[in-house]
Design a protein around this ligand. Structure first.
Ligand code: T3D
Length: 263
């Protein structure tokens, strides 16, 4: 019989919300190849499961994720560092950015290296007060990966991005909130109740519109105003034909609660 507590990733459902828990607490949930494979599979499954309308990503124990397991790199069978980035961290960041449902990071403790950028790549980030974010890469002679070079300047501007990446300094969750790096910072005991309530709220909303909002926001960063306005028009034209838009307008006019079902 397999020991579920030893699985590198745990999955649980509460209504339409699926919680995925990184589960290597003895090493602050740092990434090994088995954890990469398990996370890829459970994200694929969540994306393909119609009843899942929001995903929450969190960590077991006192950490969220400490990035790459550095001990694994000393294994002679470990792929070269560059290959790990291309074959694992890049696909992971893209997979999260292409989920057909909103993804919320519930950052329960330290998020370092690729673990920090995995969290920051989620649609919304809620952190416990005791959590912290560390761009640990420079301290071991690497550049931010798992989307860090793309995400950080967009989230907090070049000056803050460069400061965080070059110094690798620990940013408390409170500082991260003040800097605009994350959506919310809450007392530790309120983290999961807050995130699960937020996830249930998003799960009941028009998902196509939420996912298109993510796509439009990200794409607009590389567009001029005219192009961004055109993209808004293109997306709006498609969304206006979807069930959820008709339902939202009908419910408003009928003064009743809407029931959104598109995904
Ligand atoms: O191919 C590639 O590698 C490229 C991809 C790179 C992506 C990356 O993520 S690079 C960045 C890798 N991560 C780091 O450099 C962070 C290393 N960890 C730390 O700096 C510290 O652990 C923290 C600041 C995150 C937390 O510090 P603290 O004092 O709260 O905890 P600790 O005592 O350092 O760690 C607790 C245990 O977790 C400890 O094990 P032990 O002594 O109790 O048996 C520690 O060794 C282990 N641990 C923490 N981080 C990692 C780790 N083990 C392996 N790899 C880790 N990244």
């Amino acid at each position: 019989m397999s020991d579920a507590s030893a699985a590198p990733v745990l999955v649980s459902d509460a209504g339409a919300v699926r919680t995925i828990t990184l589960n290597r607490p003895q090493a602050l949930n740092s990434f090994t190849l088995p954890m990469h494979h398990a996370l890829r599979a459970v994200l694929q499954e969540a994306a393909a499961t119609a009843s899942v309308r929001c995903v929450v990503l969190t960590g077991a124990g006192r950490g969220f994720c400490a990035g790459q397991d550095l001990a694994e790199l000393t294994d002679k069978h470990s792929p070269p560092v560059g290959d790990l980035v291309v074959e694992y961290y890049k696909p992971l960041a893209l997979q999260v950015s292409r989920m057909p449902v909103p993804v919320i990071a519930a950052v329960n403790g330290v998020a370092a290296g690729a673990g920090a950028n995995l969290a920051l790549g989620c649609d919304m980030v809620v952190a416990a007060e005791s959590a912290a974010f560390i761009q640990a890469f420079s301290k071991i002679g690497l550049v931010p990966d798992c989307g860090g070079t793309w995400l950080l300047p967009r989230l907090v501007g070049r000056a803050n991005a460069m400061g965080l990446a070059m110094t690798g300094q620990k940013l408390s969750a409170t500082q991260a909130k003040s800097m605009g790096l994350i959506w919310q910072c809450v007392p530790d005991a309120e983290l999961m109740p807050t995130v699960l309530a937020l996830a249930a709220q998003l799960a009941a909303m028009p998902l196509k519109a939420l996912v298109a909002t993510r796509q439009a926001m990200d794409a607009a960063q590389d567009m001029n105003l005219e192009a961004a306005l055109s993209e808004e028009g293109r997306l709006q034209a498609g969304l206006a034909l979807a069930h959820d838009c008709s339902e939202g307008m009908a419910a408003f006019l009928a003064k009743r609660a809407p029931v959104f079902t598109d995904r």
